[in-house]
Write a protein that binds this ligand. Structure first.
Ligand code: C5P
Ligand code: MG
Length: 162
């Protein structure tokens, strides 16, 4: 059934445990000087996973685990840009496109402020949006969760006419 809504909201979250000896990727951007990276079956990019889940949720299409199970051997080390690309395709097939996106990354270290523009640009490119429609916020956990990265994302999807 086709939705009558001109706009739909999507929400997504992701969290990964951090460990030494792994690279840290956020929004398709490698984070230099990160002492630890995400423990994950794929490349562990929690931003891209949360954005992909937000896209799917906006169209009530479930979540990325249904499309890319973390138990499937072929998904080992998977580039999360592939996951996001597929979710974007599903949104477009459903007659919508992202209009703007807002995300919060909770991570104690390293400081991400200097990379805000890089992450916004990367996400804008991946989503086909101007950078002015990509809001990127950072928070520490105030030491409550020093061993993990947490990402929360809202996305607005606009119906594509035609
Ligand atoms: O979490 P808190 O309010 O203490 O964050 C203070 C500032 O530190 C925020 O302005 C945020 O942008 C920045 N920050 C950062 N990198 C992080 C966490 C927070 O640049 N990993
Ligand atoms: Mg993940």
């Amino acid at each position: 059934m086709t939705s009558p809504l001109p706009y739909r909201i999507g929400y997504g979250e992701d969290a990964h445990r951090l460990t030494a000896g792994r690279p840290l990727m956020l929004g398709g951007v490698p984070i230099p000087h990160a002492e630890r990276g995400a423990v994950a079956h794929s490349d562990g990019d929690a931003v891209l996973h949360a954005v992909a889940d937000a896209l799917l949720s906006g169209l009530a299409l479930g979540d990325i685990g249904q499309y890319y199970p973390d138990t499937a051997p072929e998904n080992a080390g998977l580039d999360s840009r592939v996951i996001l690309g597929r979710c974007l395709e599903l949104v477009r097939e459903g007659g919508y496109a992202p209009a703007n996106v807002a995300l919060v990354v909770t991570l104690d270290r390293p400081k991400l402020g200097p990379l805000r523009a890089d992450i916004a640009r990367s996400l804008a490119d991946l989503l086909g949006l101007p950078e002015t429609e990509v809001g990127v916020s950072f928070k520490t956990s105030e030491g409550l969760a020093p061993d993990h990265v947490q990402v929360r994302v809202t996305v607005l999807l606009a119906r594509v006419e035609g």
